[in-house]
Design a protein around this ligand. Structure first.
Ligand code: ACO
Length: 422
């Protein structure tokens, strides 16, 4: 059914075509107001579609997340991260031969130029690893100037594969730099996640092999974190890309956005919050504090999911598998009690606040022996696949333009510069 939106005032009227549940914002300009042509005011872009995308789909009310049409539950059950990255970047699942070639291609790019190592090494050992990651990724376009040639599909694909291959190495080296441990180079005989864990945790063993259940849990976390349509960091990537920037420079913006505690940084904040609460007995008092405005319940709430974050359900199950191997993290009891009390409380029910992807992921990372500062890094590595798929869409979509929103000006006008002699 075709719909139109009719706007009218005493002296004018306009008909706006509705398509895909939206009106073209620029058509509002046909309607004039005392302050100029009509526009929308939308802090946080709460109700504004700025792109067309076929990468992922979310139905927040129904708790549905799909990558290229495949439900996240099926991908988490059956896929590997690199297979999902292929799906996101190329639009379809690979056949076995395509997957083997893709794995070979990505894994070939795992090494870093030795000077990138120096970029990380030049920072303080206790600098936040997200800072080290931003510094390393921001240097990459200088090593690969072909990445600035946006109209070459071959250059775009080559550099996408490069960055996917290099992210685990950057993450692992940022971590080892904090510990003062030797850098571990990629091992050609290992797959993407296995090699990443090897580069992170290898000490002096002849051949370190993690329990396969732990490796699978990380693979699942990587799949769940790979993509999430127009979230804050993806919007940052697209915004920087809209000025015709290469994928490395655009990704740095994504890493920076993800670092924020309201976004990917929430997983680090959740663990700090659980430690601060300390024991189950303290949970009711903490929840009362949140309700009275003393901070937020980190890992709760989502702009889009209003019933349940489907990723949180899968992560909770993965956490159980991990704890079978590592023993139960004592903070799990605090998290479960928080969830129980919050899900039963009018404050959280009426605002439709539920655990999000970050509520349980930190407990898994901690069980693996990682410090909270590394949690958001563990998010950034797989999210790179989604950022790259969205970057590709951005730079190849003829409808896209440089991002340049409007503002409502609230300051002074036409002041006279003070006369210094007066
Ligand atoms: N704890 C307590 N109250 C909350 C929370 C929370 N976690 N989240 C939202 N609220 C309350 C707000 O105070 C507000 O209440 P009010 O109507 O009385 O003012 C209401 O719920 C709506 O909140 P908004 O901030 O308008 O919701 P928005 O959609 O803008 O924010 C966000 C979403 C940022 C995720 C928010 O829920 C939040 O801060 N959560 C905690 C941080 C977090 O876990 N972030 C990770 C999100 S997942 C991801 O990015 C990977």
């Amino acid at each position: 059914m075709e719909q139109t939106l009719h706007l009218s005032s005493a002296d004018q009227s306009a008909e706006l075509a509705i398509s895909n549940g939206t009106i073209p914002a620029k058509d509002l300009r046909a309607f004039s107001t005392p302050d100029g042509p009509l526009a929308t005011y939308d802090p946080g872009l709460l109700n504004t579609a700025a792109v067309k995308s076929s990468v992922s789909f979310i139905d927040g009310d129904a708790g549905i997340l799909e990558y290229r049409g495949y439900p996240i539950e099926q991908l988490a059950e059956n896929s590997t991260f690199l297979e999902v990255a292929y799906l996101l970047l190329k639009g379809e699942l690979p056949n076995p031969a395509e997957l083997a070639e893709w794995e070979r291609d990505i894994n070939e790019h795992r090494l870093l130029h030795e000077n990138v190592k120096q970029v990380i090494d030049s920072l303080r050992y206790d600098a936040h690893p997200m800072g080290k990651m931003m510094a390393a990724v921001s240097s990459l376009h200088t090593f690969y100037p072909d990445s600035r040639v946006l109209d070459s599909p071959q250059a775009r694909t080559r550099n996408s594969m490069r960055l996917l291959g290099k992210m685990p190495t950057i993450a692992a080296w940022a971590y080892r730099h904090s510990l003062g441990r030797h850098w571990v180079y990629p091992d050609d005989d290992r797959g993407y996640v296995d090699n990443f864990l090897h580069m992170m945790f290898h000490q002096n063993e002849k051949r370190r092999q993690m329990d396969p259940r732990l490796e699978r849990a990380v693979e699942i976390l990587f799949i769940l974190h790979a993509e999430h349509e127009q979230n804050c960091s993806t919007t940052a990537v697209r915004t920087v890309a809209s000025a015709n920037n290469d994928l490395y420079t655009s990704t740095v913006a994504g890493i920076g956005a993800l670092y924020g505690p309201l976004h990917g940084g929430a997983n680090e904040a959740v663990l700090k919050m659980l430690r601060e609460i300390g024991s189950v007995d303290n949970v009711p008092e903490f929840v009362e504090g949140v309700k009275s405005g003393k901070g937020r319940l980190m890992g709760f709430g989502h702009r889009v999911y209003k019933n349940y974050d489907p990723r949180a359900r899968i992560i909770k199950a993965a956490a159980d598998d991990v704890f079978e191997v590592t023993g139960v993290n004592p903070l799990l009891a605090v998290a479960l009690e928080l969830e129980k009390i919050a899900l039963d409380d009018e404050y959280f029910i009426s605002r439709r606040l539920y655990p999000n992807v970050d509520f349980y992921s930190g407990l898994i990372y901690e069980a693996l022996g990682l410090p909270p500062e590394m949690f958001t890094v563990m998010f950034a590595v797989p999210r790179t696949a989604g950022w790259l798929a969205q970057w590709e869409e951005q730079v190849t979509d003829p409808e896209q333009k440089i991002v340049r929103p409007k503002q409502i000006y609230t300051g002074h006008r036409g002041l006279t510069y003070p006369d210094a002699s007066a």
